[in-house]
Design a protein around this ligand. Structure first.
Ligand SMILES: [Zn+2]
Length: 305
């Protein structure tokens, strides 16, 4: 009986060890066989995952619940980037660290794609200076161009899976086209054209659908507006009878609340899609669900029929 128990113990231990080893081998070989991609923030990571499918392993550098404008990569981020085959940036200075890392990665095995290159055609005034508006991912048609650039780069790195990448790109483009049609149809009979946002993230979207963005902060969420600017916006809200002031989920709603309190307006979320908190992603939030919710909220704020 004792001998039997000993034998049973040995056999069980060997089996457990074999399973652990196999799992480990499987995980590491699965990861190394995939194309490793680092993306500076959420929308680019979402596009890369959608196009790359099972052939890629995507890491988002800006943490899920943060926004990219003032994120500084950690030492670990730099290591992850330098180990990846492809780093995807948006450009337009939304990643203040982008230019520096581009120089550092020159001549290494990590390729860098600036997905927004050639797409920035709007400026904003900030502190009397003209600044490029980087928020192209919020316009579904410009997002398509970024997705196309990502697919092209993936094919260059991994031509063996060209067919899969092209098919996934087409699926993504079909969804972006549908989103564009939904936005085009949404604002045909609205009382208002202007909406008040927390920071100036919706300029390209506004241009595409013939709306006017009034931004409380500047190009980045932590840009503090002057008291005079707040007073001007409050005046505009009152004179145009704007019923809702937008705020965003990743930054403090303080300024939106101030204007709302001063004018009697209410507040509502308009999400610039610069990051989605992990728990929201787990419960199904993605680029499209947020764009659709933004559309519902915009229609409410613009008093659309
Ligand atoms: Zn922004």
């Amino acid at each position: 009986m004792r001998r039997f128990l000993l034998l049973f113990f040995v056999v069980t231990t060997v089996l457990i060890l074999a399973i652990i080893l196999k799992l480990r081998l499987f995980t590491s070989s699965e990861q190394t066989s995939k194309i490793t991609i680092t993306a500076s923030f959420y929308p680019l990571a979402y596009f890369a995952s959608s196009i790359g499918g099972d052939h890629v392993f995507v890491t988002t550098i800006t943490p899920a619940g943060a926004e990219p404008h003032d994120y500084e990569p950690t030492t670990q981020d730099i290591i992850t980037i330098s180990k990846s085959r492809l780093l995807i940036l948006n450009g337009g200075n939304v990643e203040p660290w982008g230019d520096k890392i581009k120089d550092q990665l020159k001549g290494t095995s990590t390729q860098v794609l600036v997905a927004g290159d050639g797409l920035f055609n709007q400026n904003l005034q900030e502190n009397g200076q003209k600044i490029i508006d980087p928020h192209i991912w919020l316009d579904p048609l410009l997002a398509k161009k970024e997705a196309e650039a990502i697919e092209k780069h993936l094919v260059a790195i991994d031509p063996a899976h060209q067919g899969d990448y092209l098919r996934n790109l087409k699926t993504l483009e079909t969804e972006l086209d549908a989103l564009d049609r939904a936005y085009k149809a949404a604002f045909t009979s609205c009382t208002l054209k202007s909406f008040v946002t927390s920071h100036a993230a919706f300029g390209y979207l506004a241009t595409q659908y013939n709306l006017t963005q009034i931004a409380i902060s500047g190009i980045s969420p932590d840009e503090e507006p002057s008291t005079q600017k707040i007073a001007e916006i409050a005046q505009l809200v009152k004179s145009q009878h704007i019923p809702y002031i937008f705020f965003e989920s990743l930054v403090s709603p303080k300024l939106s609340d101030t204007i709302a309190a001063e004018t009697g307006a209410q507040t509502l979320v308009l999400d610039p899609l610069e990051g989605i908190p992990q728990e929201k992603q787990v419960s199904g939030a993605n680029y499209f669900t947020i764009q659709e919710q933004n559309l519902v909220n915009l229609r409410k704020a613009l008093i659309c029929q």
